[in-house]
Design a protein around this ligand. Structure first.
Ligand code: KG4
Ligand code: ZN
Length: 337
């Protein structure tokens, strides 16, 4: 079979992402970010997100097809994010995708958002193959997955409270860096001293799980005390120290999983993998241990339509039946379920 032409739609949170893939070759990649709409609220407002997806989706699909030079009739399939994510936001892309599939009489695939993140490196690295340990860290989820084969996943560990991205976002707000927090801390931390404040590294006794709520409490307590004593360190030092505390545990636990499974390949996906310090530390550790690391470009780490189409491409190649038009979104979909 020729490489299938697939349109991928992602609307699980605050980015409307659409892309056209031909096999794993990215023919077009378009995004409409809602950052400005949410910034004045200091975080993602679900109702605002859903409305912004409604406005963006149709022109964006046209743009993706036009810039790929593909007519909708030529598509082999349409894929959209099924979950997890914000229910109203998910419904916009999923319903649009199903309607398009119905009109064009093409197969439709509902895709797990986290599997999309897990597939993203495949669009940039042909050598990224299982068995692998993959760190997935986004605004809503953080987990370490043992990929035995494509489609065969074992979640080795996950966060027991906040996701890593959520920790970045909440702490950024607390130290006055605003929204979106991850990129703001990343930028502020540049030039800061990561050892300035020894914030705690939680759950050292559980090799693959994360917890970030204690870090939040500790940052709040530390800053209140420092403020009272008039000993507030420079904000760059606080940002670098927060970032280091989060990055430390993500890196440590990923490589605990590498040791446990004996794999020689590590992957990464999700918005937090855009973090420069995390990328640097993963790289150092992978080099030191002689394992191959596949973390994609920043645009491919954060939410996008290409990663959603990629999973569908593999389904089509494997002859997996498409999902019926009666399928629905699932805001709490779990990888491998
Ligand atoms: O995967 P993603 O784009 O959307 C979700 O599925 O949630 O991830 C968004 C998360 C947000 O929490 C954002 O603050 C975080 O990824 N993020 C970062 C960086 N860029 C985005 N966190 C740390 N450093 C960054 N440079
Ligand atoms: Zn995501």
């Amino acid at each position: 079979m020729n490489d299938p032409l697939v349109l991928g739609i992602e609307t699980s949170c605050d980015e409307t992402g659409v892309a056209v893939l031909e096999g794993f070759n990215v023919r077009s990649f378009v995004l409409a970010s809602q950052t400005e709409e949410h910034a004045r609220f200091g975080g993602v407002v679900p109702e605002v997100a859903a409305r912004a997806h409604v406005e963006a989706i149709r022109p964006l699909v046209h743009q993706a097809l036009a810039s790929a030079g593909v007519h909708s009739d030529q598509l082999d399939a349409i894929a959209a994010t099924q979950g997890p994510g914000l229910i109203g936001a998910l419904m916009v892309g999923f319903a649009f995708g199903k309607s398009l599939a119905w009109t064009l009489e093409k197969p439709f695939y509902g895709i797990d958002h986290m599997e999309g993140h897990l597939y993203a490196p495949r669009l940039e690295f042909a050598e990224y193959e299982p068995p692998a340990v993959v760190l997935l860290a986004s605004g809503g989820h953080s987990q370490i997955v043992h990929v035995r084969a494509w489609g065969e996943y074992e979640t080795l560990g996950a966060t027991i409270d906040d996701a890593a991205g959520e920790a970045f976002d909440k702490l950024a707000r607390f130290v006055g860096l605003g929204y979106p927090g991850g990129p703001a801390i990343d930028a502020e931390a540049e030039g800061g001293d990561p050892a300035a404040v020894p914030f705690p590294r939680a759950l050292r006794d559980r090799p693959f799980d994360f917890s970030f709520s204690g870090l939040k409490t500790s940052v709040v307590t530390y800053l209140e005390k420092a403020r009272d004593n008039d000993e507030l360190p420079p904000r760059a030092d606080v940002a670098a120290s927060i970032q280091e505390a989060i990055v430390d545990v993500l890196v440590e636990k990923t490589f605990n999983a590498v040791e446990e499974t004996g794999v020689k390949t590590v992957g990464g996906g999700g918005g937090v993998l855009a973090n420069r310090r995390l990328r640097e530390r993963l790289n150092e550790e992978a080099t030191r241990r002689g394992v191959r690391l596949f973390v994609p470009s920043i645009r491919m780490c954060t939410d996008n339509g290409a990663m959603i189409a990629a999973v569908a491409v593999d389904r089509i190649r494997a002859g997996t039946p498409s999902d019926g038009l009666g399928s629905d979104v699932d805001s709490s979909l779990r990888l491998g379920s």
